[in-house]
Design a protein around this ligand. Structure first.
Ligand code: GLV
Length: 390
């Protein structure tokens, strides 16, 4: 052998138990973990097709849609963004991207790669957009697609989406919405609100491992995909072929790729838990947890990064880093001493915020109290570190 067997792989795998209170992934419930441990099945087995059909029903429920083109892409939530933009954009199109954090920035990068002319609507990090701002931008640029993020996890900002679909459709534009961090924490009505493309991640409120991105396209968007002048640039994302694997067009199932059966079991169980609890109750639970968390943060003397309550995302809370600590000391203390994940900022919020996620199985009052206790202790420790440097 030119390369010898690595010694490191002769030692057993060791995975610590952590409480994941960052912006995702969240811990999975024991039921989901048990589901993942079920026997592996082939990607063309009839039992897998049945599980895929069950998942499609669950996704239509959580997205509140009857869209036939509703399926799962084998990718993280972020790959859902890639799949939406790859299918709906081609050279000659104009994409209007609303940017108030990292996800809008990423969408710009992707849309540019797919050959679209990209125009942006921007506001400061920590803010969202009014319908009037959106209407002005759509009127001005006449885009073929508008992209907005319902839950900007880098800043903890919630974007109201109701009303945007009507604006887009008045101007012949499609509406794409990122709900990776928001789905299940705030209401979302894909059909009622006229959303043409939507995606989320399996690893947040849905409480499954990362690796699958539920996605759905309206009949209007589906028509646009089938009427493209150029083929979808990436075969792996191409809904005209992936849609057949997921039996979205009533044709025979066709092999597309080898899907991970384990991930499907986990997502099916996560969706089953949402169905059992009821989507309205899931949303309420997330909002109740967020309220309790805000009150606790106030008692700790911490400032929420998003001042207006109606602009706050209940699933991911951003907290301004006080100038008397180094955020790294806080995050490191929580992990080292309690195995609790508290995150720093991301993209434009790096060094500015802590981010705490309360999502899915982790969205409980006990976890709110735990993270508040750990945060209080970690801040006290980090303040001591700063003082010792003076
Ligand atoms: C990922 O979704 C993040 O916000 O860190």
């Amino acid at each position: 052998m030119d390369v010898q067997p690595p010694q490191v792989l002769k030692t057993p795998l060791q995975v610590p138990r952590k409480t994941l209170m960052g912006p995702g992934p969240s811990n999975c419930s024991p039921r989901v973990m048990n589901a993942i441990g079920q026997p592996i099945l082939g990607h063309m087995h009839p039992e897998i097709f049945k599980i895929m059909d069950d998942i499609k029903e669950g996704i239509r429920y959580v997205f509140q849609t009857a869209n036939p083109l509703t399926l799962v892409v084998s990718t993280s939530g972020h790959g859902g963004m890639e799949a939406v933009l790859c299918n709906l954009l081609e050279p000659g199109d104009t994409a209007l991207i609303a940017i108030n954090g990292i996800w809008g920035q990423r969408a710009v990068s992707m849309a540019t790669r797919y050959g679209a002319r990209v125009v942006t609507l921007e506001t400061e990090v920590g803010n969202n957009f009014t319908l009037a701002q959106i209407e002005n931008a759509v009127h001005k640029h006449k885009p073929t697609l508008l992209f907005v993020t319902q839950g900007e996890s880098s800043s903890g900002v919630y974007q109201n989406v109701e009303g945007i679909g009507d604006i887009c459709h008045r101007y012949g534009c499609l509406l794409a919405v990122d709900t990776v961090a928001s789905l299940g924490g705030v209401p979302l009505f894909v059909d009622r609100w006229g959303i043409d493309a939507v995606y989320t991640g399996s690893q947040k409120v849905l409480g499954a491992p990362a690796g699958l991105a539920p996605i759905s396209f309206s009949p209007r968007a589906q028509e646009r995909i089938f009427a493209r002048k150029t083929p979808v640039k990436v075969l792996y994302w191409d809904m005209t072929v992936l849609g057949d694997y997921w039996d979205c067009f009533g044709r025979s199932r066709v092999y597309h790729h080898t899907i991970a059966s384990q991930l499907l079991y986990g997502l099916r169980e996560g969706l089953a838990l949402v169905v059992e609890e009821g989507l309205e109750n899931v949303i309420q639970r997330h909002q109740d947890c967020a309220q309790r968390f805000y009150q606790g943060l106030d008692k700790l003397g911490l400032q929420l990064f998003v001042e207006d309550e109606y602009k706050r995302l209940p699933t991911v809370t951003s907290i301004t880093v006080p100038d008397w600590v180094d955020w790294r000391d806080v995050v490191a203390y929580a992990m080292k001493n309690h195995f609790v994940e508290i995150s720093g900022g991301l993209g434009p919020t790096v060094n500015r915020v802590f981010r705490v996620g309360l999502m899915g199985y982790n969205a409980t009052q006990d976890n709110v109290d735990l993270v508040l206790r750990v945060l209080g202790e970690a801040l006290h420790y980090a303040q001591g570190v700063q003082r010792s440097k003076l």
